[in-house]
Design a protein around this ligand. Structure first.
Ligand SMILES: Nc1ncnc2c1ncn2[C@@H]1O[C@H](COP(=O)(O)OP(=O)(O)O)[C@@H](O)[C@H]1O
Ligand SMILES: [Mg+2]
Length: 557
């Protein structure tokens, strides 16, 4: 690039030495390519027949997953535009909790189509405008075809939970886990002016390797990775009345160094007695409320532990703040800071508090709460990897059920909604003149990558299947999709494959947003060195017409 020069012919440097800058088409192509590479990487993981990826981090730790967000998170991506694709996955995950792979693939497809148009001299601004119109229309079409769900019947909730787990390592247990997910979400859902609100954080997920996935349980209460503090305490308390305390049960140490001169054994004795008295008072305050369990966020003095055990009280200490909040929601107890204020009305209730040995560790179950507003799912499974993947799968399932409870609408899957929207968008494109029409059509084409990818991943022929799908949608079969287990095009509502409308809408939003953001960039100024983006086997997909090569100076970081 030529540098601007001052009047005297001396170059004017505004960037630090070692900075690099690419502009115009070159910058656009580089960014588009990096983003497409990312999309290409996750493609093979889409759908029930998608493959898993084995990710090895710099410590040699292995993760096996087919979860889009996890794959991208673990990949340690450096290229700035590729990083924006990682953001797509994150946004999708945070907003909807499922559909991350789909969002990234559609984003990549939108950029592929855009690249083609740019080669035909369509300006990125026109493409961005067209994509915006198309995405708004797509959202309306999805709303229109969506199926309303009556939350009194849990069939759709369970089927959607099962669909979200169909593509995971733990798919064989999806019916069992799906059931747990539905029960957990419905338990913590709160009615808010005619609508439900669900905070997924009210569902605590604990995991311990051992047993099998079938050993996974929903607990109406909270499971704590803690053991009872004192060996003399009971390990099991029925009809538990619980004090939740967020301050330490200790004699406060003075803030400054103080010396007490004790001159006689009597004085020493009196001093210790005084301390003991104070501790006894604390215990009396607790027993005075009728409590038989103490759950404390801070420390418990040794002597207090001893006194409590003598009174037959079970106590745990150093419980996480987030767990204290869940305990409060589950047991109905109030978190108390000052023991002077505690009264029987503040106590929480659980029909059982018990320390149990789970795997190699001791955990404490606070269970059988009455109508708890927080619950726990304790995941079990043969190995650490299974337990981890079960946790990720369950996360998707919980989010999907939440999505439907909050917005009770679903669509069928298997590429059916993508194709239906694509078909409608092609008609819509016809109402626009010239280049904008092209952009809307390309948006429609990009959506077809989903049924195509599902088909390819199942080892089926995408050309035959796509033409059958298109034909059946033309005939008005809205829910015709590719059922990958049978390998046949069929009505996906009959196949029981359902997904939340919210997930599909968010996919359109996140994918369009990311593609537009990348398309808008025509100048990349980098102040440091960047690493090369990851390449799928076989190099860059799709070829790079018009790009200035990939060698040194070619601008691929
Ligand atoms: N039995 C099935 N036949 C065809 N497609 C299915 C089936 N079950 C799920 N799918 C599809 O798989 C896709 C989701 O795959 P998944 O790997 O979970 O990706 P994402 O990260 O996008 O959720 C959806 O399009 C869904 O409709
Ligand atoms: Mg999914």
């Amino acid at each position: 690039m030529s540098l601007p020069t001052s009047a005297g012919g001396v170059p004017v440097l505004i960037l630090k030495e070692g900075s690099s800058r690419t502009r115009g088409k070159e910058a656009q192509y580089n960014n588009m390519m990096a983003a497409k590479v990312v999309a290409e990487t996750v493609k093979s993981a889409l759908g029930p027949k998608g493959m898993d990826k084995m990710l090895v981090d710099s410590f040699g730790d292995v993760t096996i997953t087919s979860d889009g967000r996890t794959i991208l998170d673990e990949m340690d991506i450096q290229h700035p535009a590729a990083k924006m694709m990682v953001e797509v996955a994150k946004t999708q995950d945070n907003e909807a909790g499922d559909g991350t792979t789909t969002a990234v693939i559609i984003s990549g497809a939108l950029l592929s189509e855009a690249e083609d148009l740019i080669n035909k001299n369509v300006h990125p601004t026109i493409i961005i405008d067209g994509y915006k119109k198309a995405s708004e229309r797509a959202l309306k079409i999805l709303e229109k075809i969506a199926i309303s769900v009556d939350l009194n019947f849990q069939g759709y909730l369970k089927k959607a939970a099962m669909t979200s787990m169909a593509s995971k390592l733990v798919a064989e247990h999806r019916e069992y886990l799906g059931d747990l997910a539905v029960k957990a979400v419905l338990q913590v859902a709160e009615k808010d002016v005619g609508k439900y609100k669900v905070d997924i954080d009210d569902i605590k997920v604990e995991k311990k390797p051992g047993e099998s996935v079938r050993g996974t349980k929903l607990i109406n209460g909270v499971v704590l990775d803690k053991e009872v503090v004192h060996s003399g305490m009971p390990k099991r308390v029925e009809n538990a009345k619980i004090v939740l305390l967020d301050s330490p049960l200790e004699i406060e140490k003075t803030e400054f160094d103080a010396k007490i001169n004790i001159e006689s054994p009597e004085q020493m004795d009196a001093f210790l007695k005084q301390e003991e008295m104070m501790l006894r008072e604390m215990v009396d305050k607790i027993t005075g409320t009728g409590a038989n369990v103490v759950l404390c966020q801070k420390g418990l003095d040794d002597m207090i532990q001893h006194f409590l055990s003598r009174k037959g009280i079970l106590a745990l200490r150093r419980i996480k703040k987030s767990d204290m909040e869940k305990l409060s929601k589950a047991s109905g107890g109030k978190i108390v800071t000052n023991l002077d204020d505690v009264n029987p009305g503040d106590l929480g209730y659980a029909s059982l508090v018990e320390e149990r040995k789970i795997g190699d560790d001791k955990m404490t179950f606070v269970e059988g709460c009455k109508n708890p507003r927080a619950v726990t799912i304790l995941i079990r499974g043969g190995t650490e990897r299974i337990v981890d993947e079960a946790e990720r799968s369950l996360h998707d399932a919980l989010c999907v059920v939440r999505d439907i409870v909050e917005e009770p609408k679903v669509v069928a899957g298997g590429g059916a909604p993508e194709l239906e929207v694509s078909k409608e968008l092609k008609k819509y494109a016809g109402t626009f003149p010239g280049r904008e029409q092209l952009a809307i059509e390309r948006f429609a084409e990009a959506l077809e990558t989903i049924p195509i990818t599902l088909t390819e991943n199942a080892g089926l022929d995408p050309i035959d299947i796509l033409s059958e799908l298109r034909a059946r949608h033309e005939k008005g079969e809205i829910w015709a999709g590719i059922e990958v287990n049978s390998g046949k095009v069929q009505d996906m509502t009959k196949a029981g494959v359902f997904e939340p409308l919210a997930v599909k809408k968010q996919i359109i939003k996140s994918a369009t947003e990311a593609a537009s953001m990348i398309l808008k960039i025509d100048d990349v100024i980098a102040s440091g060195k960047m690493k090369t983006p990851p390449m799928p086997p076989g190099g860059a997909p799709g070829g790079m017409p018009g790009m200035g090569g990939m060698g040194p100076g070619g601008g691929v970081y």
